[in-house]
Design a protein around this ligand. Structure first.
Ligand SMILES: Cc1cc2nc3c(=O)[nH]c(=O)nc-3n(C[C@H](O)[C@H](O)[C@H](O)COP(=O)(O)OP(=O)(O)OC[C@H]3O[C@@H](n4cnc5c(N)ncnc54)[C@H](O)[C@@H]3O)c2cc1C
Length: 238
């Protein structure tokens, strides 16, 4: 949360009896509203994610005018969902960027570091890691680009499975490349002189934030089972 943040968007359940996707509303609550306190900032593996951070907010009998309702009552879930799909593929793009940076750092170090008279980059084990990293990044990039193209062509709802697949695959790929990079940089890799440790912590968090891997895999499986049932139910081709 930015220190100069003036308005918070609160997603709250406003009607427990409404249809499943119409129970929540978004309410604008000024940061200075009476009853709203910032209790502190949570860290991720000890990193504070400055300047945005993760604020812990307490709301106690906070009252705001009805006009602070964003859109209509019950539209909160739909509004949040409309942004989340794009957010997830953007997270996947960020993971590709992180993996590129990790590979960049690894290759630079491989050319600089000489061990027992031989450059690290000239060792077979290093070349293997570089090749694996490049292949993993390109596989993911192609899949994310295809998914982005499908979103443009068919809309977000039609490609929920592909978006979920990107969200699951991308941070795991980045973690794999980051892990190799950290390993080859040795002590430097886990130090704060390089960004790799912080990037690793962040990518590990992406596997949990905006829906844990398991939740996305569950969606992918449900959509796939439905698709397969439709295939079986379709009339057989002559
Ligand atoms: C750094 C960070 C930033 C975040 N930012 C936001 C944000 O901006 N907005 C927001 O709304 N939320 C945010 N979150 C919350 C995030 O979406 C939740 O942490 C996440 O959904 C997991 O929920 P939980 O922490 O309550 O853990 P739980 O719900 O207790 O889940 C714990 C674990 O149980 C497993 N699990 C959970 N559900 C299932 C399931 N259905 N099937 C099988 N296994 C399951 C998974 O392994 C999961 O990691 C953020 C979290 C973090 C760590």
């Amino acid at each position: 949360m930015q220190q100069d943040c003036e308005i918070t968007l609160v997603l709250a359940r406003t009607n427990a009896d409404a249809a499943r996707h119409a129970r929540h509303s978004i309410i604008l609550v000024p940061r200075q509203a009476e009853g709203l306190t910032v209790e502190g900032y949570d860290t991720i593996f000890g990193y504070d994610h400055a300047p945005y951070g993760h604020a812990r907010l307490r709301f106690e009998n906070v009252r705001v005018p009805v006009a602070n309702l964003l859109g209509q009552e019950g539209e909160g879930f739909t509004m949040m969902q409309s942004g989340i799909g794009v957010g997830r593929i953007a997270l996947a793009m960020g993971s590709i960027g992180a993996a590129e940076r990790a590979l960049f750092e690894m290759c630079r170090w491989g050319d600089e570091r000489v061990i027992s008279g031989q450059k690290l980059a000239e060792r077979q084990v290093f070349a293997d890691a570089v090749a694996r990293s490049r292949m993993e990044i390109e596989q993911l990039r192609a899949y994310v680009m295809r998914t982005a193209w499908l979103i443009e062509k068919h809309g977000m709802k039609a490609v929920r499975s592909e978006v979920a697949q990107c969200k699951v695959l991308a941070p795991s790929m980045a973690l794999s490349v980051l892990d190799r990079s950290i390993q080859f940089l040795g002590g430097l890799g886990v130090s704060h002189d390089k960004p790799l440790a912080e990037m690793y912590a962040y990518q590990r968090t992406v596997r949990i934030g905006e829906g844990a891997d398991e939740v996305h895999r569950d969606l992918i499986a449900r959509l796939e089972l439905a698709r397969q049932r439709e295939l079986r139910a379709a009339p057989a081709r002559p």
